[in-house]
Design a protein around this ligand. Structure first.
Ligand code: ADP
Ligand code: MG
Length: 321
């Protein structure tokens, strides 16, 4: 199967690549064309997933398609944007028709869930990897950035933490399935971008991001962009029953602080906005506060500072000379 037949058969024909509002021109030309309504801005984000680095090389195609798109759309949620479209640059070692059918089925189901259309991409041969670029729209000037946190704000998250990190030993086949494993695996393979929460946070939150590298590491980005200190209260971390069952309370906390891949939103919120957010019905867990200063600080129930566990994952953690 040649490149163009492959594109036509698997991508142009996918349900998520069909005509939709806001997409003037999709797959098939040199560029896609998007309409951005007057008074709105385009939010754009790119993520690359590499086999053997971000997912096991033999991962199920359908799960991978779902996860790749969810991870990318989560960045739109973190900005308070409404998804419009995405492109897919796919590098494949060979053409495996079963895998491609599974992969596009996974993309399709997540695209439907998120309301986003496939509008183009690139298809090349090489070690398996994929780069997705997502496009969303957000009312001008209202996108949620990392730089607006103020001393006195609450630090909040949109859901339980550590589930995806708790799933990793099961993903890698290092642990046999046990009670709670299926729920953790669902968090890993099909994270649900918190789009509705992000949109409600516009005009309420002062800063936001989605947690991809671990709570402490990602809170560090808000702290430095905003020029403030973030205090995380260990006793207030939301932990799922499944995570507790699989790894125990102590490890669950460590995973909630340092484990990545959750794609839950973390945000700062003026205290007086908490009632309005709760009234929206969106999930909110207060886990700490913003103070003057810098960095991220972990406190126990008595307010004593405790040493944080391992930090989040970083590519190029060691420098080349
Ligand atoms: P060009 O040579 O002009 O860059 P290509 O031959 O790479 O175009 O692609 C032809 C059309 O198919 C373009 O509209 C491109 O966006 C689309 N396309 C290529 N690969 C993919 C893919 N993996 N998913 C979706 N669309 C794709
Ligand atoms: Mg091309």
């Amino acid at each position: 199967m040649g490149e163009f037949e492959l594109i036509r058969h698997y991508f142009a024909a996918a349900a998520c690549a069909q005509a939709a509002e806001g997409v003037v021109l999709g797959i098939g030309d040199d560029c896609a064309l998007l309409d951005v309504p007057v008074g709105e801005q385009l939010a754009v984000s790119t993520d690359t997933l590499v086999a053997g680095v971000h997912f096991p090389a033999d991962a199920n195609g359908r799960l991978l398609g779902q996860r790749a798109l969810a991870v990318s759309v989560s960045d739109l949620a973190a900005m308070g944007a409404t998804p419009l479209a995405f492109t897919l640059a796919l590098t494949l070692p060979d053409v495996c028709t079963d895998w491609l059918a599974d992969f596009t089925a996974g993309l399709d189901s997540m695209a439907r869930h998120c309301g986003v259309r496939l509008i183009g991409g690139d298809t090349t041969r090489g070690p398996l990897s994929m780069t997705l670029t997502v496009f969303g729209r957000v009312p001008s000037g209202q996108a949620l950035t990392r730089s607006g946190a103020r001393a006195g704000d609450l630090l909040c998250v949109g859901g339980p933490l550590g589930n995806a990190a708790g799933a990793l030993p099961f993903v890698l086949g290092e642990r046999a399935a046990q009670e709670g494993a299926a729920e953790l695996l669902a968090h890993y393979w099909t994270p649900s971008p918190q789009l509705a929460l992000g949109q409600v946070l516009r005009g309420l939150a002062t800063a936001a991001l989605d947690i991809s590298d671990g709570l402490l590491a990602d809170c560090g980005h808000i702290a430095s962009a905003s020029g403030v200190a973030l205090i995380v209260e260990e006793g207030r971390l939301p932990l799922s029953a499944a995570l507790r069952a699989c790894v125990g309370e102590q490890n669950a906390r460590q995973l909630a602080l340092g484990g990545g891949d959750d794609y839950v939103l973390a945000f700062t919120l003026p205290t007086e906005k908490l009632d309005a957010l709760r009234a929206s019905g969106q999930p909110v867990y207060v886990i700490g506060r913003v103070e003057a200063g810098q960095g991220v600080h972990l406190q126990d129930a008595e307010g004593r500072t405790i040493k944080p566990p391992l930090s989040g994952y970083q590519h190029f953690g060691s420098q080349c000379d």
